[in-house]
Design a protein around this ligand. Structure first.
Ligand code: ZN
Length: 244
């Protein structure tokens, strides 16, 4: 099966549309790792697109906070403001869709969560030590996570299950996944944070066991203009230009 794996759309319709165009009809299904809304200017349009594409989807921390169903204590003031704005925008249908999203899913060899298998909504896996601990919290061969907005892979080799390696995916086009166990993060489609403003995502081939790492430029200024019109915080608008 060929899958596209995306995460952290964050209500950025221009970025989502560019990625969907890049995917075309080359995959059987799209898996989305949460944070459909929050930060960006197009929450309803993005949720509707996710629904129309019939994506398999888990909930992210922003999705829960924007429904008032998780505590925004860990959010900075900009993120809180954007969430309050999002909460006012969501239609009842889109609200209900977000409310029904599970926090984790297991599909065949894969576990899907937003943050980590240990703490699906909130934990950031950025360090090999945290990844190592998290391999004990899922049974499938690989786990797909988002939340950090940085494309990353953590690898547990079969000959040494106590030495997790971190692999940066920037500049890489392809990764062979034939052995070991993996925690894989496609990066933040609607708000990249690795210094590259283009939108990252994965194409996963579950038969060949390969991962294609893709980046898609999108018209950042379109999203920025929409954010200005919505009165969203200036820092959130600026950061999109820098991929940070
Ligand atoms: Zn996010």
């Amino acid at each position: 099966m060929r899958l596209a794996v995306i995460s952290d759309i964050h209500a950025n319709l221009a970025a989502l549309e560019a990625v969907l165009e890049d995917i075309g009809d080359s995959v059987d299904r799209i898996w989305c790792l949460g944070d459909i809304v929050g930060y960006g200017p197009d929450p309803n349009e993005c949720v509707e697109r996710v629904r129309r594409e019939d994506m398999v989807c888990v909930a992210g921390n922003h999705d829960r906070v924007c429904l008032g169903k998780a505590d925004p204590l860990e959010f900075n003031p900009d993120a809180r403001r954007a969430c309050r704005w999002t909460m006012e925008q969501l239609t009842p249908e889109n609200w209900e869709f977000l409310d029904r999203l599970p926090v984790s899913l297991v599909i065949g060899d894969f576990t899907l969560v937003h943050g980590s298998p240990r703490e699906p909504l909130w934990e950031y896996i950025t360090q090999p030590e945290a990844a190592q601990d998290n391999f004990g919290f899922f049974d499938s061969w690989a786990c797909l996570v988002g939340h950090t907005h940085v494309p990353l892979a953590f690898y547990l080799p079969p000959w040494d299950m106590a030495s997790c390696e971190r692999r940066w995916l920037g500049g890489l086009e392809r990764l062979e996944l034939k052995e070991g166990r993996w925690i894989l993060n496609p990066g933040g489609l609607g708000q990249p944070r690795d210094g590259d403003p283009s939108s990252p995502y994965f194409i996963l081939d579950t038969e060949a066991m390969t991962l294609e790492i893709r980046r898609v430029p999108y018209p950042v200024e379109v999203t920025q203009r929409r954010m200005e019109e919505a009165g969203l915080p200036g820092n959130l608008i600026l950061r999109l230009a820098f991929g940070w």
